[in-house]
Design a protein around this ligand. Structure first.
Ligand code: LLP
Length: 421
């Protein structure tokens, strides 16, 4: 988080005081650093420069079209999960030949859209999906390039909601049936088998699960070769963790030190799908203290951002650092919960945290909010979604404006029979 630094009492992002942006656009808002995103991307791609590879940024982590454009300008690709993400990717002028599409529930319409857009490949997650893609490709008189998503049954040692490569997970094909499924795919007229895909989970803080999973899919690729099925791409997914609190996940270079020796023995083009590691620590959520209160001896700091704006603490019990945007003069601390305005007890950003003695109107930075922050936000309690702002050096750019009340009812309609009079 080198681009987030205090100068004196003030938290800066790159060369701008966060407070200055807040006074201009109001709170709450997401704030991203262009230079951090770019730097993280370059660090990742440099770590793997010895092997032919394509980085497909996982759009679900942060799908603002300005953010996507940063990757696209650097020659990167995108990993998508829906027709909506494909639409965003194309709006940001992504090269379709660098788009890979995963997900257990792709609809016919989404498949058609992706085929017409000529994306690089589908990461297929079930036999029925394989048949549907074959049918839609036939209708369109084209061939669908595919990888099968293989579930290698490796424990990523992360939160159970974000572990995806275990035996009982809904994702992909079990490795035990993989060869059969590949043989089936090979026989389909309108399917062109080009790769293997795996993604075992997110916020992974060790190298061993990656190594285990990669070794397993390389062995599978060897078996496939013997069966006459030659693939070109090995997609190793995303999942590398970041530091939220005291985690020490491997640096991309450390991961590369373990993976490159294994991968460089093969001739595959390697696809990576990092999300969090690129944008997580490149963004914060800025919020303002509305009120402070004490109930039964417990302190509450009520802020203007809630679980609808940032759901990670409520959903995963995630730890997000809480920092003052302007350090208070007084050094006294309190133990408090930082809570939002939503009508749910689960609406909190931090629990039982030792914090500066925040006062009404103080600004707070919720750190490490650049990944799965805005993209998971909602309009719950009819709250307008907040703006997203990108900082580059000493300039800031609103890359998504604050929603207004009219946005809240966009598309809603009262049927005739309910009209009064
Ligand atoms: N590839 C696939 C197929 C994925 O499903 C994901 C994330 C990624 C790549 C990127 O993973 P990353 O590098 O960001 O770990 N909302 C949760 C995380 C859900 C991750 C879903 N899949 C959170 O806030 O922790």
């Amino acid at each position: 988080m080198d681009d987030f630094q205090y100068h004196g009492q003030e938290l800066f992002l790159e060369k701008i005081p966060v407070q200055k942006i807040a006074s201009e656009i109001g709170t709450p808002f997401y704030l991203y650093s262009y230079n951090t995103i770019l730097n993280h991307l370059r660090v990742f791609t440099n770590a793997f420069k010895e092997i032919p590879h394509l980085i497909c940024f996982a759009e679900k982590a942060n799908s603002n079209i300005a953010v996507l454009r940063i990757f696209i300008k650097e020659g990167g690709g995108l990993d998508i999960i829906s027709g909506g993400e494909l639409y965003r990717a194309l709006q940001a002028s992504a090269d379709p030949q660098k788009i890979v599409y995963a997900g257990v529930g792709k609809t016919r319409d989404e498949i058609r859209y992706a085929l017409k857009s000529n994306i690089l490949m589908f990461n297929i997650e079930s036999t029925q999906e394989l048949f549907v893609i074959d049918e839609v490709a036939e209708e369109l008189n084209t061939k669908a390039r595919v990888a099968l998503r293989i579930n290698p049954d490796v424990d990523p040692k992360t939160h159970r909601y974000i572990a995806t490569g275990l035996k009982d997970s809904k994702f992909g094909f079990s490795i035990a049936n993989a060869v059969q499924e590949y043989q089936l795919a090979e026989r389909l007229e309108n399917i062109d088998v080009v790769g293997i895909h795996k993604h075992i989970g997110s916020q992974i803080t060790q190298t061993a699960p990656f190594v285990d999973a990669v070794e397993k899919i390389i062995s599978l690729a060897d078996v496939l070769k013997k069966e006459g099925i030659d693939i070109k791409y090995l997609n190793v997914g995303g999942g590398l963790g970041i530091t939220y609190n005291d985690e020490s996940p491997p640096h991309p270079k450390e991961l590369a030190a373990e993976l490159v020796p294994i991968l460089s023995k093969t001739n595959y083009t390697i696809i990576f799908e990092p999300g969090r590691v690129i944008v997580g620590n490149a963004g914060i959520l800025v919020t303002k203290v509305l009120y402070t209160k004490m109930n039964e001896g417990k302190n509450f700091i009520v802020v203007d951002a809630g679980m609808n704006d940032f759901i990670r603490p409520s959903l995963y019990d995630s730890y997000q650092r809480i920092l003052p945007v302007t350090k208070p003069e007084a050094s006294d601390k309190i133990t408090a919960d930082v809570v939002g305005p939503i009508c749910e007890s689960g609406d909190f950003l931090a629990k039982d945290r030792i914090l500066p003695n925040f006062q009404k109107d103080n600004l707070i930075a919720v750190m490490s909010a650049g990944a799965y922050g805005f993209t998971m936000s909602s309009n719950y309690n009819s709250r307008c979604r907040v703006p997203e702002v990108l900082v580059k050096d000493d300039q800031h750019y609103v890359i998504r404006k604050r929603e207004e009340y009219t946005d809240l009812i966009k598309g809603e309609k009262i049927p005739e029979f309910l009209n009064h009079g």
